[in-house]
Write a protein that binds this ligand. Structure first.
Ligand SMILES: Cc1cc2nc3c(=O)[nH]c(=O)nc-3n(C[C@H](O)[C@H](O)[C@H](O)COP(=O)(O)OP(=O)(O)OC[C@H]3O[C@@H](n4cnc5c(N)ncnc54)[C@H](O)[C@@H]3O)c2cc1C
Length: 417
């Protein structure tokens, strides 16, 4: 949507960053994403896959380190700039935008906890990487536990009956890790490092969890097959298994004392990212529908000239503009305060992904039969948007947690910067 930006205060730098991301999305992401979408999950990560040159290009431009502070070699973008870039990248491809970001997750979290020794060892090399060879992933979901991991407000979360599928036990100066993360780990079969959620103190259920950084070339680590799924097929996913994997105890950088507040911080970053990508997808759907409506003749005139089509396109436009305005506001709030007011980020994710799905659905409807074919983009947008309503927390589970946060914090006092 080459349209006026409601935010009229964008600086020249903001606009330059946005336009560069737009060009990258159009020229690099769209074609690669279309190719990957048609490949099998195995072929999408094979040696000759277009994924690898794409990642190399993305890293060389620094898109893998958008969320990381300049101080350690990250891009150090402002919240608004991150929002602008994320929207553009997801206009190119939601799945590839996510992959390009999730690679930074372990390193991002280390920066939040400010563990100097881990920053030198892990974060700096990641920021210096320009060829895509260091790739993180977020290992939280387990075969037996999906939503359970984000339901911190519910009593069961701290029940000793809640047994994690991945456990870590201290043995001298090392943790020994055993278990399995589910096939939903994004980048799971191709990552070099994971930010791994493990159960440390089973007597406290998941409130007894911790988080470690774990290089995935350690003895005892193995992977499952890349996952076949209907949406975001350009995003690799797969299981990771841990069989007596040993790590130095210093790599366990979040312990049970800090686990619950940390989950809110992670959810905050993940939900804000998802929200921004949703705006990009929603806008892509609008663009496809608008262009098609100008070209397709029915009733002797372009369908855009028909009264109902104008209404439908305008509703799509409204969803993009309203979601963007809200998502940016949530982003600017919650990337600039600590701890974040996570209910705003959850609202941004759930609203953004729901509206992205509605726009993708309407785009198919406006393209008629063509909308159902692979020749046109909306069917991919529809599949990608569908996955986003489950990704990083089912929307209904997120709303449940958001309701809990509201109840705990209402009324919020004034911000104390
Ligand atoms: C595209 C994609 C990318 C992802 N990326 C990652 C990743 O990088 N790393 C990672 O670890 N995970 C990832 N996930 C996993 C994702 O976070 C989980 O799929 C999500 O949390 C839901 O878990 P589940 O699929 O096990 O569903 P379940 O939790 O089994 O939920 C199934 C249904 O039951 C409902 N339900 C569950 N619990 C309750 C309850 N207490 N009360 C009422 N209803 C309930 C849910 O709303 C849902 O409708 C990804 C998922 C997708 C789709």
């Amino acid at each position: 949507m080459d349209y006026f930006d409601l935010n009229t205060n964008l600086t020249d730098e903001d606009i330059a960053l946005r336009d560069a991301a737009r060009q990258f999305a159009e020229k690099e992401m769209r074609p690669v994403a279309r190719q990957l979408d048609l490949l099998s999950a195995d072929a999408a990560v094979a040696e000759d896959s277009p994924l690898w040159p794409f990642l190399k290009k993305a890293y060389s431009l620094g898109y893998h380190k958008i969320l990381l502070p300049e101080y350690y070699g990250g891009l150090g973008s402002s919240a608004l700039q991150t929002s602008l870039i994320f929207e553009e990248l997801a206009w190119g491809s939601f799945g590839l935008a996510l992959l390009t970001t999730v690679v930074c997750f372990p390193f991002y979290l280390i920066c939040i906890t400010n563990e100097e020794h881990l920053i030198e060892q892990f974060v700096v090399p990641f920021c210096e990487c320009t060829d895509g060879s260091i790739r993180g992933c977020w290992g939280i979901t387990e075969p037996g536990h999906g939503s359970d991991h984000v339901n911190m407000g519910e009593a069961f979360f701290s029940s000793p009956k809640l047994k994690g599928d991945v456990r870590a036990k201290l043995d001298g100066d090392e943790y020994v890790i055993n278990g399995q993360k589910s096939a939903w780990v994004s980048g799971g079969t191709i990552a070099t490092h994971t930010m791994l959620h493990v159960q440390l103190d089973p007597s406290k259920g998941f409130a007894g969890n911790g988080i470690c950084i774990l290089p995935l070339d350690l003895p005892g680590v193995s992977r499952g097959k890349p996952l076949e799924k209907i949406g975001q097929r350009d995003l690799n996913q797969g299981e990771i298994f841990f069989d007596d994997v040993r790590i130095p105890k210093e790599w366990m950088f979040v312990d049970p004392d800090f686990y619950v507040p940390m989950i809110d911080m992670i959810l905050n970053a993940a939900n804000l990212s998802m929200a921004n990508w949703s705006v990009g997808l929603s806008r892509a759907a609008f663009d496809e529908a608008f262009t098609y409506a100008q070209e397709r003749i029915q009733g002797l005139s372009p369908i855009i000239d028909h009264f109902t089509t104008k209404q439908r396109l305008f509703t799509m436009f409204t969803r993009v503009e309203a979601a963007r305005a809200y998502v940016r506001a949530a982003m600017e709030l919650n990337l600039n305060i600590s701890p974040p007011h996570v209910e705003y980020s959850i609202a941004a994710k759930t609203l953004g992904t729901d509206w992205a799905f509605e726009n993708a659905n309407e785009a198919i409807q406006l393209l008629g039969g063509n909308g159902l074919t692979r020749e046109y983009l909306p069917e991919k947008l529809f599949r990608d948007a569908r996955a986003a309503m489950i990704e990083d927390g089912n929307n209904e589970m997120l709303r449940q947690h958001g309701g809990h946060v509201l109840k705990e914090n209402y009324p919020r006092g004034p911000l104390d910067f």
